[in-house]
Design a protein around this ligand. Structure first.
Ligand code: ATP
Ligand code: MG
Length: 283
């Protein structure tokens, strides 16, 4: 999916995003999302039209609503983002990233639930006994993970490990800022009938050593958004965006080898679902 962008040097390809450097600006990066989607840890063959632009819009929308948290969005008079990627890319300040995935959870599910079942805690945060998959926690908790090299799984780490990695002051700031962002996002999402079960944030330091919120924020790729009405009816973990894909795959694929191509109808319904989420939030 990597495009030739005039004025930019291609750096690396992530799973569903590419990184470029604007020529003559070592201090900036262009993050370009594409429409591919992953489910069950597999990048699927069929892109979801419009997905990358909608996720990019959501990230910008959330940055706008978090004015007290410095973020990495940048602009430069002499950098022209090519029209072909304008609606699915962000020009950002190039930060020195902290190798910590700042995860906040208000509900226990997914890998967090698996760890809780094994240890009674997540990332060293002890939790009450008897929690079921999808239960709401007494309060949101910070459950950091060590950001593994590409291709490897991130590993949940206790807060003391974050202190070892980035120092006590930065570790405290990562935790406090992540919890504050989560609280603000929860209030806005719940007012729209959407539960924010968990999210993953990434931060870096700018040249002045200031902590800056980076990457994508509060998108359905970095977060679990659940349908509040479904949850209230006892249907747990109904993902706002990927449920249609997951349900279809679960019915048409045994989980081995390459997943089958999604049919047009599923691609279309998923694209509609993304639009619904974006329509819900902006107000
Ligand atoms: P990763 O596991 O590293 O996140 P990925 O396959 O998910 O890999 P992407 O998330 O698309 O790939 O890659 C984006 C990369 O850019 C991430 O490593 C992220 O930490 C990094 N990044 C995001 N914002 C900035 C920034 N402002 N400055 C420097 N790096 C950034
Ligand atoms: Mg990433």
């Amino acid at each position: 999916m990597t495009a030739d962008l005039p004025g930019f040097t291609f750096l690396t390809a992530g799973k569903v995003r590419d990184l470029y450097a604007p020529e003559g600006h070592d201090d900036l990066l262009l993050l370009v999302a594409d429409d591919r989607v992953s489910a069950f840890d597999q990048v699927l063959s069929r892109p979801i039209p419009g997905r990358a632009a909608l996720l990019t819009r959501l990230t910008r929308w959330w940055f706008d609503r978090l004015p007290e948290v410095p973020n990495h969005l940048a602009d430069a008079d002499d950098v022209v983002v090519p029209a072909e990627v304008a609606d699915r890319s962000m020009l950002v300040e190039r930060l020195s990233m902290h190798p910590v995935e700042c995860v906040v959870r208000a509900y226990v599910t997914g890998s967090g639930y698996a760890e809780y079942r094994r240890t009674g805690s997540i990332s060293g945060v002890p939790l009450p006994e008897g929690l079921q998959d999808g239960d709401r926690l007494p309060e949101p908790i910070f459950t950091p993970a060590y950001k593994a090299e590409q291709g490897e799984h991130d590993e949940n780490i206790p807060f003391e490990k974050v202190v070892d990695l980035v120092g006590a002051e930065t570790a405290e700031a990562l935790r406090a800022t992540s919890l504050a962002v989560f609280a603000r996002a929860t209030a806005l999402a719940e007012a729209k009938g959407v539960l924010l079960a968990d999210t993953k944030l990434e931060f870096g330091d700018d040249e002045q050593g200031r902590l800056v919120l980076a990457d994508e924020v509060l998108t359905p790729d970095s977060s679990r958004y659940w349908d509040a009405a479904a949850y209230a009816e006892g249907r747990r973990g109904v993902s706002f965006d990927k449920q249609i894909i997951r349900d279809w795959l679960a019915a048409h694929w045994d989980g081995h080898g390459t997943p089958p191509d999604l049919p047009d109808e599923i691609v279309q319904r998923t694209a509609d679902r993304y639009r619904e989420l974006v329509d819900l939030l902006p107000a």
